[in-house]
Structures are given as C-alpha cells and as structure tokens.
Ligand binder design. Structure first.
Ligand code: NAP
Length: 310
C-alpha cells in the first residue's frame, strides 16, 4: 500500500509531490491524459512569481516535475475511474487495477469546455476545431482563424495566434470582454485581432477533405446569421472540473467542483483525502493558487500520516 497517492500533474499535483517527496513519503503521482496539466498548453506565463521575464508553461511544469523526482516522487500513467474512501485504506480504481493508499490528494484539474454545436466533434482534432492555440496554431500560418470566448484564455489564445496567422477574429457573445483589463487591452489593440461582438457560434461549416471553412454565427441583438470565413476555430470558453470519479463520494457544487470541508481549503469529509487546484477552486483558478493548495494538501496529508503512525 502507498503512503500518499497524488492524482494529477498540474501545478497543484506537482507542488504536492515536491512537498510530500521532501517529507520522505515517496509519493506515487498518477499522471492522467494531460501530463503537466493546463499550463502545458499556455504559451507564456507572466504571473508566476520568480520569473520577471515570464516563462513558457511547458518549461515551468517540466521543472516542477524534475524537482519532485529529485526528492523521490514516482510517476505512473493511468486514469482513475472510481474511488472508495470509506475505509482506512483509500482505493482508487482504474480499468486494470486498484491502487491502495493511506492518504490521497486529488489534483485532477479541469478540462476545456465545448460549445456542443454542429460540426464541433466532426472537425475537432486536426480538421480546424481546437481548444489549444499553442498546440495547433502553427498549422495555420498565414491563414484567417477565429477564437471563441471573451475571457483571459480567449485573449491569450488570440494574441498567441497573431504570431502565425494573418487575421484573428475574436467572437464573443457580449459587447465587452470578461478578460482582465491588461489582457483585454492588449488583445483589442493588436492590429491582427478583430472583435466580433454579440455573436454566438451556431455551427462549424466545412467538409471532410479540407476541414472547416467558416463559423456560422448569430448576432444575439439582431438575430442576423452570417458566416465568418476561417481555416481554424479555437474554442476558449472556460473549463469543467475533472471530478466525475469522485462524484459518488465527495460533495460537488452545481458546476461539479469539489467543495472542500471541515473549514479548510483542502480537506474533504474523509480523513486522509485532500483536494487541491482547479478541481476544487472555481474562484481563483490560477497556477500559483493551485500550487498553494497543493502545498497545503501535502502538509495536511503528512500530518495525518504522522498522527496515524504515532
Ligand atoms: P472564463 O474567465 O470563465 O471566460 C470564459 C469566456 O467564455 C467568457 O467570456 C464567457 O462569456 C465565454 N463563454 C462561456 N460559455 C460560452 C458559450 N457556451 N458560448 C460562447 N461563449 C461562452 O474562462 P477563461 O478565460 O478560461 O479563464 C479562466 C480563469 O483562468 C480566469 O480566472 C482567468 O483569469 C484565468 N486565466 C488567466 C490567464 C493569465 O493570467 N495569463 C490566462 C488564462 C486564464 P461571458 O463573458 O459572457 O460569460
């Protein structure tokens, strides 16, 4: 049986791994479908303290992983599908095996939200519809593309795409961005970025051979329907927390975020089970706050282990 299992390798999981490993409990870190978490799809991280010139997301996460490994954290690739926290031995169930641990830190993060409109699934993954400009932007050099959304992510994606693309249309459902003032100003001031206000995408238009050729949008004020020609569309409308395996056991809010309990940011109703990062934080959702929660969860789990072991 493991002493500590950490689920997730974003900022929360890897910070928990650094702290748990330095406490000599040799944590096992379970790495899901997106090693390194959401920051690996971020171009430039400008607000993580300690990097005055900024740092690219992949490098930051790779450094955190190496730091955890240096102190003895072990990594395994797997996907937790179910969990049982009812007994003193916590069980994490995957397709092929059941992991057992004295304490568990859930740091499963969040996944991009989709629009659920015609063409989205059909053209997703190589045919023009994407949720990651850093991953796919370079394929659309000198092309016209769109970004959908009005938050920091949408602005960041749009700005990143200007490095490659001829024109970026930022499609937003209102007439004002939700993004922080500095990001909004930077996006709107860019000569290659054109906002399309009050518009909701209704369908991705294209064909099997060439992928998408346009996004069909409706103006919510006039009900007018039009097409925005593009070779790619980047969806940046927020995220859903990855909490389904724990829904039977832990308290979730209406958007499926885990609700921490016992007056703590990281405790759950089950002693020895802790949460950290975006799976339990709908408010701040920052790399640094996720890292802070990862640290707290690791310290709590180490304290709990010490209590159990006397
Ligand atoms: P967000 O702030 O929740 O913004 C989502 C955007 O998508 C909103 O503008 C929303 O419109 C729009 N939207 C949601 N559902 C939609 C739908 N079905 N159809 C059309 N539009 C839809 O998400 P985010 O931009 O991913 O940011 C999440 C958090 O991470 C924020 O706290 C943000 O500050 C942070 N973040 C920070 C950075 C950075 O500092 N470098 C970068 C990325 C993200 P409405 O505005 O009308 O609701």
């Amino acid at each position: 049986m493991e002493k500590v299992i950490i689920i997730g390798t974003g900022c929360a999981g890897l910070t928990a791994a650094v702290y748990a490993a330095r406490a000599n409990v040799e944590p096992l870190v379970i790495e899901g479908k997106q090693p390194g978490g959401q920051l690996t799809t971020t171009s430039e991280v400008e607000n993580f303290p300690g990097f005055p010139e900024g740092i690219d997301g992949y490098t930051l996460m790779d450094s955190m992983r190496k730091q955890a490994q240096r102190f003895g954290a072990r990594f395994e690739s797997d996907t937790i599908e179910d969990a049982d926290f009812s007994g003193p031995v916590k069980k994490l169930i995957t397709k092929n095996k059941t992991y057992e641990a004295k304490t568990v830190i859930i740091a499963t993060g969040a996944a991009p939200r989709f629009l659920s409109i015609p063409g989205e699934q059909e053209f997703f993954g190589g045919k023009g519809v994407s949720t990651c400009a850093v991953c796919d932007g370079a394929f659309y050099r000198d092309q016209e593309v769109v970004v959908i959304g009005g938050g920091d992510s949408a602005c960041e994606e749009a700005i990143f795409l200007t490095h490659f693309c001829k024109k970026v249309t930022l499609i937003h459902r209102r007439d004002q961005l939700r993004a922080s003032p500095i990001m909004a100003k930077r996006a709107l001031a860019h000569e290659k970025i054109t906002p399309l206000w009050d518009s909701i995408p209704e369908a991705f238009v294209g064909d099997e051979k060439d992928g998408i050729t346009a996004v069909q949008v409706k103006n919510v004020k006039t009900n007018e329907v039009s097409e925005v020609p593009c070779k790619a569309a980047f969806i940046a409308i927020g995220h859903n927390p990855n909490t389904a395996p724990f829904a039977k056991q832990l308290k979730l809010d209406e958007n499926k975020y885990i609700i921490p309990e016992n007056g703590s940011m990281v405790k759950t109703a089950f002693p020895g089970v802790y949460v950290a990062g975006d799976c339990a934080d709908h408010l701040y959702r920052q790399a640094i706050t996720a890292a802070g929660m990862g640290c707290q969860a690791a310290l709590e789990s180490i304290r709990w282990l010490e209590e159990q072991e006397g």
